[in-house]
Ligand binder design. Sequence first.
Ligand code: ADP
Ligand code: MG
Length: 268
Amino acid sequence: MSPDATATPRLTPVPPVAFETAGTGEPPVIELVDVTKVYKSGPLEVVALRSVALRIGENELVAITGPSGSGKSTLMHIIGCLDVPTSGIYRLAGHDVQSFDDAVLADVRNVAIGFVFQQFNLLPYLSAWRNVELPLVYSGVPTDERRQRAHDALEKVGLDDRAEHRPGELSGGQQQRVAIARAVVTEPALVLADEPTGNLDSTSSADVLRLLEELNREGRTIVIITHERDIAAIAQRIVTMRDGEIEPAHEPDVSAAGRDSTTAERAP
Ligand code: ADP
Ligand code: MG
C-alpha cells in the first residue's frame, strides 16, 4: 500500500459504524444475541440458525467450521449484513444493524466490510485491476485514485504484473488473490471469507490463508469459514457449527498452529 492509499481515512463514509475507536470498554466488532434464522419456502421451514450467541472483538481472526448445511453461510450472510435474522439482535461495532437504513447498509457492505467468496465472484469481462477498483467506483472515488489504489491492492497480493489480465487468464489461486485485493481496496476493518480455499489446490490455499493472516496482522478483524484441514494454519479461535447451533468450546491444535489458543464461543 502506498502512503496515499492509507492516507484515505478509513470508514469515513460510514459515520454510524466506527470500528477504530480504540480504548477500553469498546463494544465487540460483532455481537449476535439469540439470533435465529428460519428460511420459509411455501409450507416448508428450515431453521438454519438457532439461538446463536457470538462475540468477535477487534482484530480477532476467527475460523468458523462445521458440516455442510450447519448454517455457516447463513451466519456469514447475517454478519455481512447481506441478510437479516428472523429473530434476535445483531450489533455491528455496537450498533443494532436493524436500525441502519438502506444507504447505511449499502455503505457498510461496500466500504466497511470486505467479502471473499468460494467462487471468487469476479466479473469475467473486466481486467484484474478493473475488478479490484469496483468498490471504489461504487463509493465515488475519483478515477486516478481508483487506479492507484487498485494497483496498490494487487501489488499487496503479489499480482500487480497481472493487472491487465482477465479472470479467465488467471489460475484459481490468482483469481482468489484478485478477489482479496478487491475485498481490501476500501481498507475495510472487517473481512469475511466464506470457504475462500474451497476451490483451490493446497499451495494456492496456503497463499490465500497467509494473505488473510497478513490482513489480520494489519489490524483487521477476519472471519473465515473454512475446512477442518485448513484450520490449524490460521486459527486463533474456532467456532464450530452443528445443526444451526454453535458447539461448545473446543481447543485448536496449537501444536500445529504454533499460536495462542482461546476457547471457542459458548452459547448461553
Ligand atoms: P453451510 O454454509 O454450513 O453449508 P447454510 O447456511 O448454507 O449452511 O445452510 C443452512 C441450512 O439452511 C441448510 O439446511 C440449507 O439447506 C438451508 N438454506 C440455506 N439457504 C437457504 C435459502 N435461501 N432458502 C432455504 N433454505 C436455505
Ligand atoms: Mg456454506
